[in-house]
Design a protein around this ligand. Structure first.
Ligand code: ADP
Length: 289
């Protein structure tokens, strides 16, 4: 579909498409996620005129490739208990090979097969995801605090929403992955959930859907019957106490999205059929303002 499609039907459809608020979907990178099912839903929604921005992870594949290349993954735990991948320059190469390489290409391919004109972008392209690199990272190792200086990580503070609008308004579906772009133009590892939250806020998305290999936020992980069906923004701080490991970043991302004006965030299950449609209907953990 062209932005200047003056055939009356095409033009009207164009206006309808751009007028509908975007849904931002973040699909994780942990084992068990079914990307075919996620892409089935993206295709169904895009075909009915719902603009989607898809953000994806790649943690499990990065761990596998790191092992195969003889550079086992290492993780840093902050004094606050948040974990992140230790990303020295060699790890950043492996990270980019998986995220912006294999994962992004294969997701774009899945969408193209389903008739969706997807465009794959890393956060470096057009400075899509930009923020400062942390010059040093405080981590707890063997109970002691240390400063790590060769880590290429940072936090997304700006999103090139204009570039995303340009694509969406012309009928393309952006498929986005880290790395992001530091203020100095370096590739940096950033958390995908928090990047998705920034994208959702920048696009005034109607929903941010965060899909992973769990049914949602569990009060007693890994007991899936302890799913928390809904939460208010005020309850998120307490929720941080029962989110372990990387789930903490999702809770943080949810709070940042809502603080940024997104009305609803849903944590949903990407192992089962209709993952996005289920989440849109409130299946999972629904977090609202
Ligand atoms: P992804 O790579 O799919 O984004 P992550 O691995 O970063 O997902 O985070 C999801 C993981 O968080 C789950 O697989 C689970 O192991 C872990 N987790 C920790 N605490 C909880 C919790 N309270 N509820 C649900 N999942 C949790």
């Amino acid at each position: 579909m062209s932005a200047l499609g003056w055939s009356s039907l095409g033009y009207i459809r164009e206006v309808e498409m751009t007028a509908r608020p975007v849904i931002v979907v973040k699909v994780g990178g942990s084992a068990g996620i079914n990307y075919d099912l996620v892409c089935d839903d993206v295709a169904a929604l895009v075909k009915e005129g719902q603009p989607i921005v898809l953000v994806h992870g790649g943690s499990h594949e990065t761990n596998l490739l790191s092992e195969r290349l003889g550079k086992p993954p290492r993780f840093l735990t902050s004094p606050q208990g948040f974990t992140s991948r230790y990303t020295d320059p060699e790890t950043l190469d492996i990270f980019a090979m998986v995220y912006a390489g294999k994962m992004n290409t294969r997701i774009v391919e899945r969408l193209q097969k389903r008739g969706v004109n997807a465009v794959g972008l890393s956060g470096l392209d057009g400075r899509l995801l930009e923020g400062p690199r942390k010059t040093s990272v405080r981590a707890v190792v063997d109970g002691r605090q240390v400063l790590v200086r060769d880590d290429y990580t940072g936090k997304v503070e700006r999103v090139n929403a204009g570039l995303l609008r340009l694509l969406l308004d012309n009928g393309y579906t952006p498929v986005i992955s880290p790395p992001a772009c530091s203020t100095e133009g370096e590739a940096i590892n950033v958390d995908g959930d928090r990047a998705a939250a920034m994208i959702a806020a920048a696009l005034s998305a109607r929903q941010l859907i965060i899909l992973s290999n769990v049914p949602g936020l569990l009060r007693n992980f890994p007991d899936e019957s302890s799913l928390i069906p809904s939460l208010k923004y005020d309850g998120l701080e307490q929720a941080l106490s029962f989110a372990e490991g990387r789930m903490k970043k999702k809770v943080l991302g949810a709070s940042e999205a809502i603080a940024g004006g997104v009305a609803q965030v849903v944590f949903g299950d990407a192992r089962i059929g209709r993952p996005i449609l289920n989440a849109m209907q409130g299946k999972g953990t629904v977090i609202s303002a």
